[in-house]
Each structure stands twice: as structure tokens, then as C-alpha cells.
Design a protein around this ligand. Structure first.
Ligand code: APR
Ligand code: ZN
Length: 244
């Protein structure tokens, strides 16, 4: 159950906790395309063909090719200053900052950020459909991969599809219950209702590119600029909160 509002405002310990949730906008400046903007990923592929359970059952080959292409693309990308800022914060306050992301890229990890919670899975891993084992394949094609645990070749992308459970959402609820501040970077809120979550926090900050009346009014602080431009202010905002 969520902590009482009073308990969240005056946490029993003097150590505040901050939940930092990111979306595709965090990796946009690294060249990883976002989902819903004009040049976004959705344009090239029929969403329901490659990101849904139905599409996968209809054409598993197309889905495997789609994720192979994304993995190949990711191998050529680099973390940006916003990833590096989050990594600095998490390394400085490991037990007081929860880093959760909707992104399936590994750019936070490559920026040195530990314990990233990927709510929608990870592009650089596969999942065995026989024994459930999740194993790393980096940026390779999955074409001749087989599960190192049971040797099965029935493996799939380790990315959550529309129409299936997202088991890591339990971690999101835990963080919402435990944290006093909510920092959101680069998400349209079309899958996770960040506006609703923001109401549970005394301190809240949103950084997106453009104004959005469905989100902005619910956050105490709003920055409409690129994440790399807002990074310094976000870092100071979190530092000031944790120094209180
Ligand atoms: N800096 C900050 N924000 C940015 C930047 C940037 N450089 N570029 C884009 N944005 C913002 C946009 O303003 C938009 O609000 O990032 C957001 C991107 O929104 P989406 O493309 O919808 O991506 P996201 O919200 O992460 O999608 C959520 O939907 O398809 C599913 O599972 C998929 O995890 C994904 C989920
Ligand atoms: Zn297996």
C-alpha cells in the first residue's frame, strides 16, 4: 500500500528517496529514435506487427528481424550527457535514487549507471521460451542463438510486447510508495500514466521537449528542453533535495 501522504512528506528516516523515470526522450540525442515523433520508430513498422503478441504469433520472423535491426543500430550509439548525469547521481546516492526506465537500450549501463530497472525489458538479452532463462546476446542477431541453460533454440526478444504482462511494474509501484520525489525525463506518458503518479509526490519534475497539457500541470517543476540541456538543472534539483 502507498505510504500515507503525511508519511511521504516527512519520511521516517532523514534520508529522502528519489524516483527517476525515463522514456525514449532520454536516448533521443544519442540517435535512438523515439516512438511517437514524426521520424519515430513507429513510422517504419506497423506497430501491431512487431510490438504486439498478436503480431508476434502471426510473424515471428518479422519480429526477430525488427529486434535484430534495433540491436545492430544500438551498437553504433553512445550514451549522452543526460545518461552520464543519471549515472553520476546513482553512483553518488546508490540507496537514495531509484533509476527506472521504459527504454530497452543499454545506454545508462554504458554510462556506468548500476542497478537500472528496465520496465519494458532489454534489447541486449533474449529469453528462452522453454525454461524462461534470460541471457545476454549484446548486439548480435538472434538468428542462431540458443539458450545456454537448456540448449533450446526457442528463444525470443526480452522486450515486453503490447498485450503481455510487464512484471517489473511491481518495482515501479514499490518506488512510488518509497520515494518522496519523482523526476521524469523524456516520456509522453502514453503508456505509463506519469501525470497520475506525480500526484503522489511532494516534489516532482518533468523534462520533455514540448509543452503537454496532459502532463505539465501535474508537475511542480517543468523543463521544456532537450534532456542534455536540462541535465545540469535536474542534477542540481536532485542534489538539493537529498542535501536537505
Ligand atoms: N529530451 C527530452 N525529451 C525528449 C527529447 C529530448 N531530446 N526528445 C523527445 N523527447 C520527449 C518527447 O517530448 C516525448 O514526450 O520524449 C517523449 C517521447 O515519447 P514517446 O516517443 O512516446 O516514448 P515513451 O514515452 O518512452 O514511450 C513509452 O511506449 O511504445 C511503448 O514500450 C514503448 O517504452 C515505450 C513506451
Ligand atoms: Zn532454456
Amino acid at each position: 500500500m502507498a505510504k500515507s501522504a503525511l508519511e511521504k512528506i516527512n519520511p521516517p528516516s532523514s534520508r529522502k528517496k528519489v524516483l527517476i523515470l525515463s522514456g525514449a526522450g532520454l536516448s533521443a540525442e544519442s540517435g535512438v529514435r523515439t516512438f511517437r515523433e514524426s521520424d519515430g520508430l513507429w513510422e517504419e513498422y506497423d506497430v501491431m506487427e512487431v510490438c504486439s503478441v498478436e503480431g508476434y504469433s502471426r510473424n515471428p520472423r518479422l519480429v526477430a528481424d525488427f529486434y535484430d535491426a534495433r540491436r545492430m543500430d544500438l551498437s553504433e550509439k553512445q550514451p549522452n550527457r543526460a545518461h552520464e548525469m543519471l549515472s553520476r547521481l546513482k553512483n553518488k546516492y546508490p540507496s537514495q535514487i531509484d533509476i527506472l526506465t521504459q527504454n530497452v537500450d543499454d545506454l545508462l549501463e554504458r554510462a556506468g549507471c548500476p542497478d537500472v530497472i528496465h520496465l519494458h525489458g532489454t534489447l541486449t538479452h533474449l529469453r528462452c521460451e522453454m525454461c524462461g532463462n534470460v541471457f545476454e546476446i549484446g548486439y548480435q542477431s538472434q538468428s542462431d542463438a540458443k539458450c545456454p541453460a537448456c540448449q533450446s533454440k526457442k528463444v525470443r526478444h526480452n522486450v515486453v510486447m503490447f498485450g503481455e504482462e510487464a512484471p517489473m511494474y511491481a518495482k515501479l509501484q514499490e518506488s512510488i510508495d518509497e520515494c518522496e520525489a519523482f523526476v521524469v525525463i523524456g516520456t509522453s506518458g502514453q503508456v505509463l500514466d506519469v501525470a497520475w503518479y506525480a500526484q503522489w509526490f511532494e516534489h516532482s519534475l518533468l523534462n520533455n521537449l514540448d509543452p503537454d497539457v496532459r502532463l505539465d500541470p501535474y508537475f511542480k517543476v517543468v523543463y521544456h528542453e532537450k534532456a542534455t540541456a536540462a541535465a545540469e538543472k535536474i542534477e542540481k534539483y536532485v542534489e538539493d533535495l537529498l542535501a536537505e
